[in-house]
Design a binder for this molecule. Structure first.
Ligand code: ADP
Ligand code: LRH
Length: 483
């Protein structure tokens, strides 16, 4: 029996999970879980990359303690953020978090040199001010000059583990620097940043074998003998691989710190409407593209929960929301004001106050305001998605931590008038493992992986309850009018 380890690090937490295949079923055992989050250092918002690397080593040490002597390992993390490295392999500076405000206004500055339409035609990537393109554009010039290598976070972690320099394609596409037509980094965009192609490693696809964890690390930390395989290193790419869908006409909502809502396609879609709606075409594994849009996700409730002193669990906040008055106050979830405010609770209250709505006071009212707004936002984006692709959706699969929120799943089903299938929570881990198992020949292809996931994990179905069409219209209009 082969051992497959997945390291999955999201913006709010990370885990090391052991996957095995037995009797045609996929089994998971969580070996190590740790918290994640960015912190403020000298006025900059940064990730603690050394802490994350230590957590990976700790997880691997625990794997060995459980009796795992040999295994393969795949890593995925959140997208767009990067590490600068000199020619000796030393990190330069801090690893900026995408919520650092340094990129506010950066797209407008960059678009003076190249209009967004041209960037979109090349890359098919939605405009988010934190895309690597804009982050590099405003990065300290001296630091950037000193950097021999620019590595996205999982590529850097690969380098630290096995000394190999590669740029994994699913995550690299989120830089907004990959050209859909040449299937490589775009020369014009690199020139605009003053960077040569050589600063980025060669592109590799999920399933590529990177090599074994360095002997010194294995000995110093008591690790298993571990071959590193490129997962779909963008967590959302792995999450979508882990969606237990079958057939056609399904959409997905990867629900964690972000909500990523979209469809899987075999070809990119870069029509004028796709650009106007700001839909993205991120590269997926096995020749797929993720046509999706980012909306502000559980970040809203994560921040409010923290500001309530972590006195309530996520499940309790969902239960409190269920008992609060429905649709009393709404916020435009994805508005920039909620990107990284000094205080989320205050930002929500202040929006409600300014827009003449009742101000949510209690934890239940705050949670209700967030979940009502998120569910209405699902509705807006699913309608856009159907319009732009010309293909109606029959069902939506929600995966990730947010799939545990039964209240929100049901609300989504009601507003969308569509069946929602919720779970697995650990779809990202499953997508990560699936790539390793396919590379290993243990699973034939993505279809078989999804079928196995469907049969191995509980998936909850939410049927839409009848809604009054006039009330639905009124709610949609109200939400859309928020701006
Ligand atoms: P990320 O990968 O971005 O760190 P996750 O996929 O781990 O995010 O999802 C974390 C989120 O899942 C939490 O912020 C929370 O909103 C939600 N969540 C997890 N468990 C529950 C639960 N039991 N009930 C409601 N929400 C939950
Ligand atoms: C989700 C995610 C998302 C990106 C954002 C930076 O964790 O990777 O797909 O847009 O983080």
């Amino acid at each position: 029996m082969n051992n497959y380890l997945a390291v999955d690090i999201g913006a709010s937490s990370g885990r090391v999970v052991w996957g095995t295949l037995r009797d045609g079923a996929l089994r998971l055992r969580e070996i190590h879980r740790f918290s994640n989050g960015f912190h403020e250092k000298d006025g900059k918002f940064c990730w603690d990359i050394e802490y994350l690397f230590e957590q990976i080593l700790l997880g691997l040490r625990k794997a060995k303690a459980l009796g795992i002597e040999t295994c393969t390992l795949g890593i995925d993390t959140w997208a767009v953020d990067y590490v600068l490295m000199d020619r000796e392999g030393e990190r330069i500076g801090e690893v900026y978090a995408y919520r650092d405000p340094r990129t506010n206004g950066a797209p407008e500055l960059l678009h003076r040199h190249i209009p967004f339409q041209e960037i979109y035609a090349k890359t098919g990537i939605q405009q988010l001010s934190f895309n690597t393109l804009y982050q590099l554009y405003v990065h300290d010039r001296e630091e950037l000059k000193a950097a021999e290598h620019i590595l996205l976070v999982p590529d850097y972690l690969h380098f630290r583990l096995c000394g190999v320099l590669k740029s994994e394609a699913t995550n690299a596409s989120t830089t907004q620097l990959l050209n859909l037509h040449t299937q490589d980094y775009d020369a014009e965009l690199l020139a605009l940043l003053g960077l040569q192609r050589s600063r980025f490693p060669e592109l590799v696809r999920p399933g590529a074998r990177l090599g074994f964890i360095r002997e010194e690390l294995v000995r110093a930390h008591g690790l298993p003998r571990c071959e590193v395989i490129c997962a779909a290193t963008h967590d959302t790419a792995s999450a979508v691989l882990g969606v237990p869908a079958q057939g056609t006409s399904w959409g997905y909502l990867s629900s964690g710190t972000w909500s990523l809502i979209g469809v899987e396609r075999e070809r990119p879609l870069t029509s004028r409407l796709a650009m106007e709606y700001n839909y993205t075409n991120e590269w997926g594994a096995f020749g797929t593209y993720r046509f999706l849009k980012n909306m502000m996700g559980m970040w809203l409730i994560q921040q409010v929960r923290k500001e309530l002193g972590n006195a309530y669990s996520f499940a309790e906040l969902a239960e409190l929301a269920a008992t609060a008055e429905p649709f009393r106050s709404l916020i435009p979830c994805s508005d920039d004001r909620f990107m990284n405010p000094p205080n989320m609770t205050e930002a929500i209250r202040s929006f409600c106050r300014q827009s003449g709505q009742p101000v949510p006071a209690s934890p239940g009212e705050l949670a209700r305001c967030i979940f009502d707004s998120m569910a209405l936002s699902y509705d807006v984006y699913v309608r856009e998605l159907e319009h732009v692709t010309g293909e109606p959706l029959k069902q939506l699969h929600i995966v990730g931590g947010g799939s545990n929120n039964a209240f929100l799943c049901q609300l989504g089903a009601d507003l969308l008038g569509m069946e929602i299938y919720a779970g697995p929570t650990e779809a990202t881990v499953l997508g990560n493992l699936a790539v390793q198992m396919i590379a290993d020949g243990a699973i034939r292809d993505l279809g078989e992986a999804r079928e196995m996931i469907r049969h191995s994990f509980e998936i909850r179905k939410y049927e839409p309850r009848p809604e009054d069409p006039a009330r639905l219209k009124e709610l949609r209009d109200r939400y859309r009018s928020l701006g």
